[in-house]
Design a protein around this ligand. Sequence first.
Ligand code: MGD
Ligand code: MGD
Ligand code: SF4
Ligand code: MO
Length: 869
Amino acid sequence: MEQTVRTTCAYCGVGCGISATPTGPRSVVIKGDEAHPANGGRLCSKGTHLGETMGLTGRLLHPMIGAKRASWDKALDLVAKRFKETIDRYGADSVAFYVSGQLMTEDYYVANKFMKGFIGSANIDTNSRLCMSSAVAGHNRAFGEDIVPATYGDLEEADLIVLVGSNTAWCHPIVYQRIQAARAVRGTKLVVIDPRRTETCEGADLHLAVKPGTDVALMNGLLAWCDAEGTTDLDWLADHVNAPEGFWEHIRTGHDLWTTAATCDVEPALLKQFFELFAATPRTVTLFSQGINQSIRGTDQVNAIINVHLATGRIGKPGAAPFSITGQPNAMGGREVGGLASTLAAHMDFAPENVARVGRFWAAPTMATKPGLKAVDLFRAIHEGRIKALWIMATNPAVSLPDAGRVREALESIPFLVVSDIMADTDSSTYAHVRLPAAGWGEKDGTVTNSDRTVSRQRPFLALPGEVKPDWWIVKEVARRMGWRNAFAYDRPADIWREHARLTAYQNDGQRVLNLRVQATIGNDAYDAMQPFRWGDRPFADGRFPTPDGKARLVLTKQMDIQAPLKTWPMTLNTGRYRDQWHTMSRTGLSPKLARHREEPLVEIHPADAAALGIIDRDLARVHTAQGNSIFRVSVSGAQRPGEIFTPIHWTDQMSSGGRTGLLPRPLVDPHSGQPGFKSTPASVERVATEWKGFLILRGQDAVRLPCLWATKISVPGGALYELAGNGDPTRLDAFLPKGDRVEALDMSRGTRRIATISGGRLNGVLFVTRSGLLPSRDWLIRQLEVDNVGGSVLAARGPGSPPDRGATICVCFDIGLNQIVAAIRDQQLVDVPAVGKALGAGTNCGSCRPAIANILAQTTQETLHAAE
Ligand SMILES: Nc1nc2c(c(=O)[nH]1)N[C@H]1C(S)=C(S)[C@@H](COP(=O)(O)OP(=O)(O)OC[C@H]3O[C@@H](n4cnc5c(=O)[nH]c(N)nc54)[C@H](O)[C@@H]3O)O[C@H]1N2
Ligand SMILES: Nc1nc2c(c(=O)[nH]1)N[C@H]1C(S)=C(S)[C@@H](COP(=O)(O)OP(=O)(O)OC[C@H]3O[C@@H](n4cnc5c(=O)[nH]c(N)nc54)[C@H](O)[C@@H]3O)O[C@H]1N2
Ligand code: SF4
Ligand SMILES: [Mo]
């Protein structure tokens, strides 16, 4: 029996603890770690199904130079040589690293030190620029340091939780479950501020479907209300907070309830309800994420929220704080080591004394003295030929940066591109001259910091497959080959951790809250056994802030005008996440269970807009912006505001022909943080007609690119399912069926063709295409991949006694569909989520689908009432 290893989830910034028990070379049983402070044993759907992503399908297992396998020595020598040559010829600022909040703190530290202390440029930026750089800038402006002054425990001690621009139920599901549990115990009120009615709104006390981009007006209106009601804490303000000149005059002018309601396009009565609730509830946490950060006014939006908390003294106290929740597992660790181009290291900036201090500590030969290029500017500089060598680690910019078409051109044009990834083929690595195989989750070893400053260990429980190496090792090997042997003489992650901890404590007499002094001398065994711990205690509890005068700062924020819709671009595109997919799907895409929640990339559109465009549910539609266009499956949804559409960020060339959201957003950024405004792009939508539709089920995981207008892939047990649609002759798809005995059925009247290939009773593949007919449910056919005596009758697409269509999968843990839940609610007169759980099991494992079940309950009950009227 293998040993259970305690580690941390691979995905989001909640940072849940996991107990992993390996059961074979690449298999593992995953459970929530009951002793971990973030989750106390719970896991969401993504964490629960991590075991399904541990296979080696698609992994990069050897260094590659071009399309050829190379030894580590050769690959590393080449990277070192090309970077050195480029620096010698064009200077340090002609090279760059683009890294990720999915690196371990140790990896991140080494990359940052290498670039900023030894190469001598600050051209290292990270995907965190796209994620929480507005929060960082906002914290720095208000507090003088990038400190998140909240913990998950505060959510349990609050009486009001306000979620602004956060789809917590999908993106931070365990935090959402903790909020729901607290509400059950303590009656905590919940307000959601989001233009869309997401599942997070299910059961909330109030949902304000604000007009996008109006959060500054909303928060200023709230502050004006608190000021008028006497909710502001004048003594606290006088002692602990500085206000810029004209701040209060500004708040007191034009921020009345009516003006605010008009600007935000919400009912004045609803807004008043929110303001009254907020004013009456001292223990309030305002939690925010991408609806706030990913905006060209993101930093002001962050400060408008913090202003309200500072002015009401709701900070540094139990259950009262502004809470910027982070996305990636180690977004916070990256901030701690200074992995952004605009920060130096250990929460220090580029002030000359900091540059000197860090330079001394590192014994650095050539310190960067000024901030480097931020992500969007960095890729622009590549386009312009100013950056000539780039190393990408653990991120997929060809998908995730705005205006990704331009980014792809940049990647194609750069003279030297290195990509370190766990996967062989990503949309970014296609352009790489050198690909370096990195250790992935379950293999790598280090620390991560979650949203509430809790540092946890990620521990390995699988052997390194092929020739993969951890990211820290890869980086330090290149640094050593460039001549800095002693400065990068690390043997293990613990060596790096100690150095990082020492730097946070170096000449720090309380100027910086981040201080890991006690970690600086930790032994290797103690590092291995490290228990999750939080740094920084309860920051600002004493009313002191890490600014020169010890006071926090209110920031005067003005609502910018929202551009009226243009004739060419009448819609506004909002983008974001699905519950069961992680970013560019390189890992979650491997899981058949996770694939079921959303099988295709959807464009969600309000019924009135759909009707005006002649589009119906399940049509295909092309979304256009000035940057590019891509096709999506249509979902007509009353959860959208009229004029606004929503698409998911996840789909890539590896998974589909369409759904390429990254091509669409504008590369416009917030002036303070450089964070792109991903949530709002002028767009238009048009229906796409196709002559036929179909699907293809293939045994095995081999990647195929299908030549049709629409082809999207999901993993299924034993193979893959492709949904298809197109024009012209569909028989060209026949060639993609694997070899075997071929059975075929034709229905000329509907233009339906059904073909299967079978060998020795095993189904190899099946293709269904129709011009005007209906397509059968895919479930039964998928199951035939695992059956031993398949015959020609497979083309009937259902076996004796096969159950009725279950509808879209709601509960992925127990594989329960929408139709099953609706039927159970009706037949058994179920009234709440626990009752559905009792009847079907749905929602009783990870709980990620509970908001969806609540929504189905509400809708079904309403329909039943209607029917009875
Ligand atoms: N399932 C899943 N979970 C994830 C991830 C994932 O890929 N999948 N990624 C992780 C990462 S890196 C991140 S950064 C987080 C992101 O977590 P979230 O920020 O919760 O996720 P998003 O879907 O990007 O956007 C949140 C919401 O902002 C709303 N919004 C858009 N414009 C506005 C506006 O002007 N005002 C307001 N108030 N709201 C607005 C959107 O409608 C959307 O519902 O999720 C993390 N967790
Ligand atoms: N339109 C739009 N775009 C967005 C957003 C949005 O809301 N809207 N959100 C933005 C945000 S908040 C984020 S965080 C980004 C995320 O976008 P990305 O960072 O581009 O997305 P990932 O798929 O997480 O990319 C991680 C890559 O690292 C690889 N990898 C995984 N583990 C390791 C490892 O240990 N080592 C190495 N070397 N590689 C590894 C994976 O295979 C994958 O290729 O997207 C941003 N882009
Ligand atoms: S909430 Fe889910 S994805 Fe996030 S850390 Fe926990 S288990 Fe992982
Ligand atoms: Mo993110």
